[in-house]
Design a protein around this ligand. Structure first.
Ligand code: AMP
Ligand code: ZN
Length: 472
């Protein structure tokens, strides 16, 4: 398996630290609002990476944090006149709902910054003891960036080029820093803000330290994979490396994966431009499976442009897979031939070639776009070869293959049944009732049943193999 590693700027063969296991950390969202579709991209991509490792038999320890103490959360809490805990608790719950809709599995652990203060303080103390951190008069603790000699190695920045830029954004109160490049590890409390006791002052952590502390607690000093959106490369991930490697004397992460940005109509997503969508907005228009499928149709490192046309194309493509799978299920229920026929054996060998193609694509830095093409080859073959004469064994093998490959992508091969929708038992009972009506030559009743089903969102078709139904 080859993974593009931001640290080396090249694709590298994946070698886990521990045989058969993957330790993976993905920076999660700051929870002060509903997540937007840009936030959904890393969630979907790295959930798919996790699923592929599991498909290959790896045990994945997947950790993803929620940043639940932050200026934006505090601002929102003050606006609403509630505690920042109320804000973060609310939006963590909302985020989990969206993740479920996107079929993003919960992480093995979702640590919260506010619940890891002991770990965060311990880590800052180690940096203090080793001379990588210092406290200034007002109690702020800074990281001594220049002391970390390889600073800039992830983003490819030269420390001497950075200084100018940083000096320009020096804000009031920061003049106690030894060097403009130094960044905050701990800062003193302000009126009306949540705070924790520490050896330096009552206050709260800077943003970067939480990931270094949590990843070490749940995954150890060295990770296999650390991931997030490309905007996190600098300064967030660069600072995480500086903190963790200085404290632990160990490589922080062997592989660094970053997803490209999601843009809307070729522009940066922004509230002020009016081109900003939450996952919830999209859920009102599309099945969230379509959003997931759309995201996986492009390479994760490329920028991705979101538009209605592309979403509609994704919706049609997904529909083709679901229709083929539904047809296979229907034919399985009707087939009277058990054993494989000779030509079917030949077709199954083509199916396994497509599976190989799929795996090769996924193992070449998770090329999900080519992986999806391989699934479509199987769908095409199924449409050409599955019929009322096919054996159960053949139909099942083809269906299970499509299901398995889609499951790695987190894509369902069945239409999701909306809450309150007519159940399968009810549909089958109606179809049976219609058959009885037809037998009794009561065609008016038979037609009425067809219309009733249609009104309930179910279309039926009479075929040679029997009555076929689909949700529309
Ligand atoms: P944040 O809450 O801003 O820290 O973002 C959480 C995650 O979403 C991070 O991994 C970001 O890199 C990622 N992210 C934010 N905006 C976008 C976007 N427009 N496209 C892709 N990823 C994004
Ligand atoms: Zn992080």
């Amino acid at each position: 398996m080859r993974i593009y590693n931001t640290l080396t700027g090249s694709k590298q063969i994946f070698k886990p630290i521990e045989e058969g296991k993957v330790r993976m950390y993905v920076c999660g969202p700051t929870v002060y609002n509903l997540i937007h579709i840009g936030n959904a991209r890393p969630m979907i991509i790295f959930d798919t990476v996790r699923r592929y490792f599991e498909y290959k038999g790896y045990e994945v320890n997947y950790v993803s944090n929620f940043t639940d103490v932050d200026d934006k959360i505090i601002k929102k809490a003050n606006e609403e006149g509630v505690s920042s805990e109320e804000i973060s608790t609310r939006y963590i719950a909302e985020c989990k709902k969206d993740m479920e809709g996107l079929n993003v599995r919960p992480a093995t652990t979702h640590p919260l910054a506010t619940e890891e203060m002991g770990e965060i303080i311990d880590l800052i103390q180690v940096l203090m003891d080793k001379g990588y951190a210092y406290k200034v008069e007002d109690g702020t603790v800074y990281y001594r960036t220049r002391k970390f000699s390889t600073y800039g190695k992830l983003s490819g920045k030269n420390i001497d080029d950075l200084e100018g830029g940083h000096r320009a954004i020096l804000v009031a109160g920061e003049d106690q820093k030894e060097d403009p490049l130094d960044f905050v590890l701990w800062k003193p409390k302000k009126e009306g803000e949540p705070y924790w006791e520490s050896p330096w002052c009552d206050g709260r952590p800077g943003w970067h330290i939480e990931c270094s502390a949590m990843s070490r607690r749940y995954l150890g000093k060295t990770l296999d994979i650390h991931a997030g959106g490309e905007d996190l490369i600098f300064p967030h991930h660069e600072n995480e490396i500086a903190q963790s490697e200085a404290a632990n004397d160990a490589t922080f992460s062997n592989y660094w994966m970053h997803n490209g940005f999601l843009n809307i109509d070729n522009k940066k997503m922004s509230k002020s431009l009016g081109n900003f969508f939450t996952v919830r907005d999209i859920a009102n228009e599309y099945d969230l499976q379509v959003l997931r499928f759309f995201m996986l149709s492009a390479h994760y490192r490329s920028p991705l442009n979101f538009s209605r046309e592309l979403m509609d194309a994704a919706s049609n493509a997904l529909e083709r897979i679901i229709t083929a799978a539904d047809n296979l299920r229907f034919l399985i229920s009707k087939s009277e031939v058990e054993a494989l026929k000779d030509d079917e054996k030949e077709n199954l060998s083509k199916v396994s070639d497509f599976v190989k193609k799929y795996e090769e694509a996924m193992e070449d830095d998770f090329n999900t776009a080519d992986g999806i093409s391989a699934i479509f080859e199987i769908v095409k073959l199924a449409n050409q070869t599955a019929s009322g004469e096919s054996s159960k064994a053949y139909l099942k093998e083809v269906l299970e293959t499509i299901e398995k490959l889609c499951d790695v992508l987190g894509i369902f091969t069945e239409k999701q049944v909306a809450e309150g929708a007519i159940s399968e038992e009810e549909i089958l009972a109606k179809i049976e009732e219609r058959a009885e009506a037809k037998k009794a030559k009561d065609f008016a009743r038979a037609d009425a049943i067809r219309d009733e089903l249609l009104a309930a969102g179910v279309e039926i078709k009479d075929t040679r193999e029997g009555v076929k139904w689909t949700r529309v």
